[in-house]
Design a protein around this ligand. Sequence first.
Ligand code: NDP
Length: 246
Amino acid sequence: MDNLSNKVILVTGASKGIGAEVAKKLAEAKASVIVNYAGSKAEADSVVETIKNNGGNAIAIQADVSKAGEVKSLFDQAIAHYGKIDVLVNNAGIMITKLIKDTTDDDFTRQFDINVRGVFNTLREAATRLADNGSVINLSTSVNRLMLPTYGTYVATKSAVEQLTRVFSKEVGNRGINVNSVSPGPTNTALFTTGKPQEVIDRLASLSPFNRIGEPNDIAGVIVFLASDDAKWINAQNIGVNGGMA
Ligand code: NDP
């Protein structure tokens, strides 16, 4: 498959989990990929190495998406290297699950700084610097459709991401840019599995009629499609990718 040849795609938080899988699959479709990471340099370098070993094209660039100056520098470096950015995948995110009564000011600030301000920072750059006829894909969550105790602050951040998605689509549509969000269900990454007893994972898996949680590959294929011109007429939508969980 080479339907993304000539496209330059920035994936935030691509050192691990869903983002790493997205980066590899985009490169298989012949996109040139910018593998952004915050702290996990070795993992990001390993994603780039895997892509290059398979004949693809990628570079790793460090930037904390919650810092506006670092995001500007991320765009500067990516455009200096590849000449343009066609597609932005806003994947970087964290999840802190606590009852609202136990959530500290720091928990709240960290989640909003990375999940919401991070997306805001990249959208603000993308508004003028993403290439005409490009695409934006933001990561939300299918947990927004449930009402699970302990997910309050997390779904507050992802609901904000969905609203930014819709409004941004109206602001950049005149340049041919389509903007969507993808809402994975529980997916087998450190973000979801860390600290969870197997019985909790099994209970969440049983919410899907397929009786399993997702794998990063289940999510990545949909993002590759949304990054392609075949998905151009999908705009301002939120797409659940959750095995029918919700
Ligand atoms: P992981 O924890 O596996 O990976 C998170 C990635 O985000 C890492 O590459 C990490 O890089 C990066 N990251 C974290 N903070 C920052 C930052 N400030 N700046 C730049 N990069 C950062 O998470 P997942 O792959 O599971 O999640 C990816 C996205 O999917 C998130 O937005 C998440 O909310 C969403 N999602 C996940 C679900 C799941 O069940 N796994 C379900 C629904 C949505 P580094 O290590 O270098 O900091």
